[in-house]
Design a protein around this ligand. Structure first.
Ligand SMILES: Nc1ncnc2c1ncn2[C@@H]1O[C@H](COP(=O)(O)OP(=O)(O)OP(=O)(O)O)[C@@H](O)[C@H]1O
Ligand SMILES: [Mg+2]
Ligand SMILES: [Zn+2]
Length: 273
């Protein structure tokens, strides 16, 4: 009896695969003793809701799964804290025209491609170098890929992290909770790291890096400092943990922001009317 039920379940699963693709717009159809009930999404077309037959029933979805996926992705972007300017940045939009740019892009892309195996091990990346060279761009492209895989991502500048943790010292919220937020995500992007000038701030950075180090959680760290400056800025204990977790990618070339002064608005501001 049990075996028969198992057999029926696996047969059901096998049969259900076919009607999920394509579709002729019908709301229900019966095939080989099973009735397939469909929902209809105005954007994505029909989707399988339930399959009933042979004394079994199986529920698949009560809303369009594609709409649900889009909604979940939107929420993930909201939670990620990735700034609006960088939400549209992708590997595709990163132009690599020199060997150095190509190497940096390839390293970031290889990391993103292997996130499934890297994130559980805490494998990390340090993107370091000159302003305007696309470090934040590539870090956010990695974040985008992680979210596409359903991973949780949090982007924060180092200053934001310090400010949020310091704000708990006055009794608002707890430092533990604030640290837990930074530790619990699958991927933490720390941007603008460096310039750690006092013991309190150093301790915060150490706590964040150490918590993630201990729990095998990845960091993408972005900084203008070179490796020696980063070691000095973060302290030996923090830096040695980062070295064990991370590979580093240098970005030392002329940045793309350029030194152009902002173009002038004409006196009557005609172009803004
Ligand atoms: N190779 C590139 N291809 C396309 N866009 C690029 C490239 N390099 C930089 N950019 C663009 O230039 C701008 C500056 O890049 P980004 O902010 O990522 O630089 P950064 O290295 O993080 O600089 P900083 O260290 O000052 O924060 C962004 O709009 C980014 O998309
Ligand atoms: Mg940046
Ligand atoms: Zn839909």
């Amino acid at each position: 009896m049990e075996k028969e039920r198992m057999l029926r379940a696996s047969e059901l699963l096998a049969r259900m695969k076919a009607p999920m693709v394509g579709g002729d717009g019908k709301e229900e159809e019966t095939k080989q003793g099973f009735t397939y009930y469909y929902g209809k999404c105005p954007v994505h077309g029909r989707y399988l809701r339930d399959v009933v037959g042979n004394g079994t029933s199986r529920h698949f979805a009560h809303r369009c799964p594609e709409c649900e996926r889009v909604r979940r992705e939107k929420e993930a972007w909201g939670r990620s804290g990735i700034p609006a300017r960088f939400q549209g940045k992708t590997f595709h939009s990163y132009v690599a025209s020199t060997p150095e740019e190509r190497a940096a892009k390839a390293a970031a892309e290889a990391y993103a491609r292997t996130l499934e195996e890297r994130l559980p091990k805490g494998d990390s990346l340090i993107l370091y170098g000159a302003p305007g060279t696309g470090k934040t761009h590539l870090a956010c492209a990695i974040g985008r890929e992680a979210m596409r895989l359903g991973k949780s991502v949090l982007y924060a500048t180092f200053d934001e992290i310090v400010r949020n943790i310091r704000s708990t010292w006055g009794g608002k919220g707890s430092e533990r909770e604030e640290l837990a937020k930074l530790t619990s995500v699958d991927l933490l992007i720390i941007d603008e790291a460096g310039g750690v000038d006092d013991a309190g701030t150093k301790r915060i950075l150490f706590s964040v890096v150490n918590e993630r180090y201990q729990s095998l959680r990845s960091i993408v760290l972005v900084t203008n400092a070179n490796m020696e400056a980063l070691r000095q800025a973060t302290g030996d204990r923090c830096f040695s943990r980062l070295c064990e977790m991370a590979r580093s990618v240098p970005f030392f070339w002329e940045g793309r922001r350029g030194n152009r002064v902002p173009s002038a608005v004409s006196p009557r501001g005609a172009e803004w009317r």
